[in-house]
Design a protein around this ligand. Structure first.
Ligand SMILES: NC(=O)c1ccc[n+]([C@@H]2O[C@H](COP(=O)([O-])OP(=O)(O)OC[C@H]3O[C@@H](n4cnc5c(N)ncnc54)[C@H](O)[C@@H]3O)[C@@H](O)[C@H]2O)c1
Length: 454
């Protein structure tokens, strides 16, 4: 006999692994009621919107908007002329008006809301102007380029009583709704540890986007792009690969951490910045003049849990969030969600008593079994044996996120990922970058609303 025979828990653990691999069927989730296909909207409730910023994400939104009932794109705006055509193509309407100047859109009384999908350093002033003009705002993530920007945007939304959605669309996804349901059910027990990563391994994943051949100062409004950022002569690399530069983006923090943080905030019901964060990482491979690391790992302390995040542009690990609870583990891996319970039934000590004399050990085990009668054999199973869910084929959480926003515009009931939620998630990315660049613990000072050195 082995010195340490398998305990019941270890045995069942091995067994349930086999079950998970063979017999736990994956449930395909159904789109929620708010989803575009399921919810007709009266013509009188049509929301007229304009997209400000029609680059990669703006065009994705315009295409997705065709699936959202009760909305109409009435104008598009971008600083690069090629993107006027791309936007008209995306929305299947070559005659939708296109402009370089978003203020002409805000002046229009027939525009109810705007979708801001510009580089991050441009979010704040467009957001503030849109709120002041009485427009509701869907603003892409990360909401802010700086902590100060974020609080100014919250103030603008509140001052002008605007509906706001921030664009981490996983918050509206059916998969995340299921994960939240599992989290809230208590099936995970207490969750003190959350771990997430998003890894990509390609030039495109590292934002090394090709430059369109017609890019020039004639086709691009370079000075407006710079805005409040330091003056620089025309550089298409900065315009098209802006995420690499601190003047316009926040690197992996703003691009990917903020999605992970928003998903975790939503599922775990957190709506505050972390108390502190500590990052490490480096620029290992993409040494192309960029200012951000291509690998960053950050440890966050929240009042009731610890969270570790990683983004690595040198391995194709995909997207992952794990919630490790006292009663179970829940994993989101790309478009799949699994829940696996822990066997928490009591069992006798099976390790340290092997350092006791046999007589004492037998006495201990006998007493323990007398105090804990085994359940009947047929009732020996791991609770529920796990669950697995997947998105429906072709599912788009961007469509659902838009549908939620336009529903808020009609009903004036705020969405979950409103300006306060979006600001808190963005502060998470600013904490990570502050710690990385200052080589220090970044502490959130909530009274001063700023990040200080720890
Ligand atoms: N939610 C998501 O999954 C997701 C995915 C990609 C990007 N994003 C976010 O969307 C935003 C845009 O990213 P992208 O990849 O589309 O960038 P992009 O460079 O492809 O497009 C940004 C566009 O904004 C335009 N722009 C900048 N300032 C402007 C202004 N003042 N007026 C009008 N147009 C202006 C630029 O001309 C550019 O074409 C970013 O905030 C990014 O973080 C979100």
């Amino acid at each position: 006999m082995a010195k340490y025979p398998l305990s019941r828990r270890q045995f069942i653990h091995l067994g349930s692994g086999a079950i998970a691999a063979t017999t736990v069927a994956k449930s395909i989730l159904q789109p929620r009621l708010l989803s575009a296909t399921a919810r007709p909207v009266a013509p009188s409730d049509t929301v007229r919107f304009a997209s400000i910023g029609t680059g990669v994400r703006g065009c994705e939104h315009l295409q997705a908007s065709l699936e959202v009932p009760g909305i109409q794109c009435v104008a598009v705006c971008d600083l690069y002329d090629g993107r006027h055509i791309a936007a008209q193509e995306a929305v299947n309407n070559p005659s939708v008006p296109a402009t370089r100047d978003y203020r002409t859109i805000l002046d229009r009384k027939d525009v109810d809301s705007v979708l801001i999908a510009t580089m991050d350093h441009q979010h704040r002033h467009i957001f503030e102007d849109a709120c002041a003009a009485g427009k509701d705002v869907y603003c892409e993530k990360p909401m802010s380029h700086t902590v100060e920007d974020g609080f100014a945007m919250v103030e603008a939304a509140h001052k002008h009583n605007r509906m706001v959605a921030v664009g981490s669309q996983r918050v509206s996804s059916v998969l995340y709704a299921k994960a939240k349901e599992i989290y809230n059910s208590g099936k995970l027990g207490e969750v003190f540890s959350i771990n997430a990563y998003w890894d990509r391994n390609s030039p495109s994943g590292a934002w090394v986007y090709p430059i369109p051949p017609d890019a020039s100062e004639k086709t691009i409004d370079w000075n407006t792009f710079l805005g409040n950022a330091p003056k620089k002569s025309f550089d298409p690399v900065r315009f098209f690969r802006w995420r690499c530069f601190t003047d316009y983006g926040e690197g992996l923090g703003g691009d990917l951490f903020v999605h992970l943080l928003s998903g975790i905030q939503f599922i775990a019901g957190i709506n505050e910045p972390a108390l502190r964060a500590q990052s490490s990482g480096g620029l290992y491979h993409f040494k192309d003049g960029r200012e951000f690391p291509d690998l960053i790992e950050t440890l966050y302390d929240y009042p009731n849990c610890r969270l570790t995040l990683r983004c690595n542009l040198n391995n194709n690990g995909g997207e992952f969030i794990g919630f490790y609870g006292t009663k179970g583990t829940m994993i989101i891996k790309d478009a799949t969600l699994t829940y696996k319970p822990e066997d928490t039934r009591p069992e006798p000590e099976g390790y340290s008593v092997f350092g006791w004399p046999k007589a004492l050990r037998d006495q201990y085990l006998q007493k323990w079994h007398a105090e804990h009668p085994e359940p009947a054999a047929l009732r020996w199973s791991v609770d529920g044996e796990g669950e697995s869910y997947a998105n429906p084929p072709g599912y788009s959480d961007t469509v659902d996120h838009q549908a939620n926003f336009y529903n808020a515009v009609r009903t004036r009931k705020p969405v979950v990922e409103n300006e306060v939620f979006g600001n808190n998630a963005a502060i998470g990315c600013h904490l990570a970058n502050f710690s990385y660049f200052n080589k220090t613990v970044a502490v959130w000072d909530s009274s001063q609303k700023k990040i200080v050195k720890g």
